[in-house]
Design a protein around this ligand. Structure first.
Ligand code: FE2
Ligand code: FE2
Length: 320
């Protein structure tokens, strides 16, 4: 059962307080997972000629709004290289995204394993796992067609991933901050990209499917945190207040900057990376903007209270 993703917004009630409202949110999300879901192969015409992925198609070129795309170094590359770098940049983000979602799926299974019979969260968690599995094969199919032998996460990130998976069971509040840290910046970037009118139809289709289903995942994570964080004890609350900006800074870097593999493959000079990202106030503003929704949620939950607010500033997670 499939439908066309026409809208990129899927509003949910901003306030979910009390058991009845929580149950009704879960019932709605569960219903939407049945009536509005996508299959990576039935719903994308991969072999349609207009979907054909040619990495040197000029539609893959990075735009002047992109931090790297705006540099003289990038603009002076031959047109075919500019396109290929743009295409491989998408592919490497998809590989990082699918590995992030693999951690997410395993953490959700841990989360569900601690739930009792007749729990509405159990059904929701499994819907999300199924949707994320479709996203993984959708992203991997794109990577395979891009020609990039994408590497994905490095050994340190893989080690960190093992810890995050266990949080799903033992500290779900911190786990769902991690979920928002990965999903929110990428959702923000995809919604912005969908406003462009020169997108390749393949990436447009993939992103529309993704933002439609991610709206449910973001909604669940946000409301879960609103419902559960206020009841945490002082130790867990402090761990969450330190963990949130640390996780968000790491995830935003992973999702918004070029991968080391891409930097090496295109021999992007370190001064270009520094000028485009590290020392670029526009990039800092864009990063803070991509985390705006999750930051204001954390603020509402009291996680930016003194002295923890300082961490957000030192990680560059605030606009000023
Ligand atoms: Fe996803
Ligand atoms: Fe998701």
């Amino acid at each position: 059962m499939t439908t066309t993703p026409t809208s990129v917004t899927e509003d949910t009630p901003s306030e979910v307080s009390g058991d009845a409202a929580w149950e009704s949110l879960l019932a709605r999300l569960n219903r939407q997972s049945v009536t509005k879901h996508f299959d990576a192969y039935a719903d994308i015409a991969w072999d349609d000629p207009e979907m054909h992925l040619d990495p040197e198609d000029p539609r893959w070129e990075l735009s002047a709004d992109d931090p790297l795309g705006a540099t003289d170094w990038y603009r002076s590359l031959p047109a075919a290289t500019r396109a290929r770098l743009g295409c491989e940049s998408v592919a490497s983000k998809m590989k990082a995204g699918l590995e992030f979602e693999s951690i997410l799926k395993r953490g959700l299974l841990e989360f569900a394993s601690a739930l009792p019979n007749r729990s509405a969260e159990f059904r929701y968690a499994y819907h999300e796992v199924i949707e994320e599995a479709q996203h993984a094969v959708m992203f991997q199919e794109f990577v395979n067609r891009s020609g990039l032998d994408a590497k994905g996460l490095g050994p340190l990130d893989r080690l960190g991933a093992r810890l995050v998976i266990h949080l799903g069971r033992w500290f779900p509040e911190l786990f769902f901050v991690f979920v928002l840290g990965g999903e929110d910046p990428i959702d923000h970037v995809q919604r912005q990209a969908l406003r462009r009118d020169d997108l390749h139809p393949l990436i447009e289709r993939i992103m529309r499917i993704h933002v439609t289903e991610e709206a449910r995942h973001l909604s669940f994570a946000r409301h879960y945190l609103k419902r559960n964080v206020p009841g945490l004890g002082p130790v867990r609350s402090a761990v969450l207040a330190v963990g949130a900006p640390t996780i968000l800074a790491g995830m935003a870097q992973l999702m918004l900057k070029p991968s080391p593999q891409l930097v090496a493959r295109y021999e992007i000079p370190s001064e270009v990376i520094t000028a485009a990202y590290t020392d670029n106030p526009d990039h800092r503003t864009a990063t803070a903007e991509s985390l705006r929704k999750v930051r204001s949620l954390c603020e509402e939950l009291g996680l930016l209270r003194r002295p923890f607010g300082r961490l957000w500033r030192s990680f560059g997670l605030t606009a000023t």
